[in-house]
Design a protein. Structure first.
Length: 444
């Protein structure tokens, strides 16, 4: 079947490329990535017999998004048989129960929601998967698809389309910068490089970036509305207009900066020993053992972070030994008061550890008060060697409730290094700007 259609120049090479397993198609609002992906799939299904699976996290959103998009393109191409007569004409049949398109050559496009995993069982013969709004799909669901999708003779392809909202998404971790269980990072592709080059290939993954500028059919009035966002919502402008990863929300620690390790160490050497602190947050399975060494420049109200220990899946005996090897014998460490047995074990094995103060009725020691306490520092300077602290705190944002209001004691991630800093400074008073007569210092 010969079909003629107009494609956007920015997407032309992508539409006809099937050389790779993974296709990471990201960009701004209205860049054309979803429309052009649908065109890519339709052309493939017309050329050869394929079974395509299209998924979103919630099934109810598929009909008015992906299904309607395919239907509109096929209708514009005059490829839909309005009578739905399978085998009686050379056109595509649209079915709504279940949602699917059936091509005259036997190709099929089927639609599933990842919120109903039981319906993912009948995936025999699928060789192409399109994950629309990929970050909304749970990582476990994506891994389930990777394990299920296979074909005895055809190449298998996964297409992920999305607006790059947050660097804390699994998509960023899996395809750009991956964080290992021990906290170390593997850089797969620097997203800044992708923004410059627009198209990159890393091993078996094809990366494509687009913005509204690449969509020649967008009305200028729409583009101007996106441009206006830079004034009243710069975070949304970054995503909607530029199509770039970044911080999604209000930063908890806007005064957080990173400096060369030698520079930080030199500053710490000038700080008296009484203003150097160690704090530890415990973790094992999904959370981490995070130990932070920090120091306070009392005169200038600057917090320096100069050492981190960050690992999980570590039993207490192994962690104790590693801390002893790192020189923590006899060093005072303040830890989570909710783990008295663990703290006692560390003390019995040479680590001078004590529990932090419990939170009180008036809020002292609570998450929200600890957060406010750290925010009072004029500047927080972190050593470039503390990569996990940087990853967690540089882009830490407040969580929001269902009405979009900030929740000041919940965050976009579980920041283990932040908890460790809370414990480290458990005995240190950071005066509020209103407390003019209160001096900073160590509590007795």
């Amino acid at each position: 079947m010969n079909v003629t259609m107009e494609v956007l120049p920015r997407f032309e090479s992508y539409i006809y490329d099937w050389d790779y397993t993974n296709y990471i198609i990201m960009g701004s609002y209205g860049s054309g990535k979803s429309h052009q992906t649908a065109v890519k799939i339709i052309l493939k299904c017309l050329k050869e017999q394929r079974k395509v699976l299209v998924v979103r996290e919630v099934f109810e959103t598929i009909r008015e998004s992906c299904f309607d998009l395919f239907y509109q393109i096929l209708t514009d191409l005059d490829l839909i048989d309005p009578m739905g007569r399978i085998g009686r004409c050379n056109k595509v049949i649209a079915r709504t129960s279940p949602l699917q398109f059936i091509f005259p050559n036997g190709s099929r496009i089927i639609f599933k929601g990842m919120d109903k995993p039981m319906k993912l069982k009948s995936l025999n013969g699928v060789s192409i998967v399109w994950l629309e709004e990929a970050p909304e799909i749970k990582y476990e669901g994506y891994k389930e698809l990777i394990g299920r999708i296979r074909h005895p003779s055809q190449s298998v392809h996964f297409i992920l389309t999305f607006n790059p909202v947050d660097i804390n998404s699994w998509v960023y971790d899996h395809f750009f910068v991956h964080t290992n269980e021990d906290g170390s990072q593997i850089k797969i592709l620097n997203d800044d490089i992708l923004y410059r080059r627009k198209t990159c290939v890393v091993k078996d993954t094809y990366y494509h970036h687009s913005t509204t500028t690449d969509n020649l059919f967008l009305p200028q009035s729409y583009v101007r509305r996106l441009d206006d966002m830079i004034v009243y919502d710069p975070d949304l402008y970054r995503v909607a207009r530029l199509g770039r990863f970044g911080v999604n929300g209000i930063r908890v620690l806007p005064q957080f900066v990173v400096a060369p390790h030698n520079q930080v160490i030199q500053a710490v050497k000038e700080i008296p020993e009484q203003y150097r602190f160690n704090g530890m947050d415990f973790g094992f399975e999904e959370s981490y053992n995070a130990l932070i060494r920090c120091a306070v420049d009392v005169k200038n109200m600057i917090l320096y972070i100069y050492f981190e220990y960050y690992k999980n899946h570590m039993t207490d005996d192994k962690t104790v030994q590693e801390l002893l090897d790192l020189g923590f014998l006899g060093k005072k460490i303040i830890a989570d008061c909710a783990e008295p047995k663990t703290i006692q074990y560390y003390k019995n094995n040479g680590i001078r550890m004590r529990k932090c103060h419990k939170s009180t009725v008036n809020g002292e020691g609570s998450r929200i008060q600890n957060t406010k306490k750290i925010k009072r520092f004029h500047k927080i300077i972190c050593s470039a060697n503390c990569t996990n602290t940087i990853r967690e705190l540089n882009n830490l944002t407040y969580a929001k409730d269902k009405n979009g209001k900030l929740i000041y004691d919940e965050f976009n991630i579980d920041p283990h290094t932040f908890s460790a800093i809370w414990y480290a400074l458990d005995t240190f008073n950071v005066p509020n700007i209103k407390e003019r007569n209160t001096k900073a210092g160590v509590k007795i």
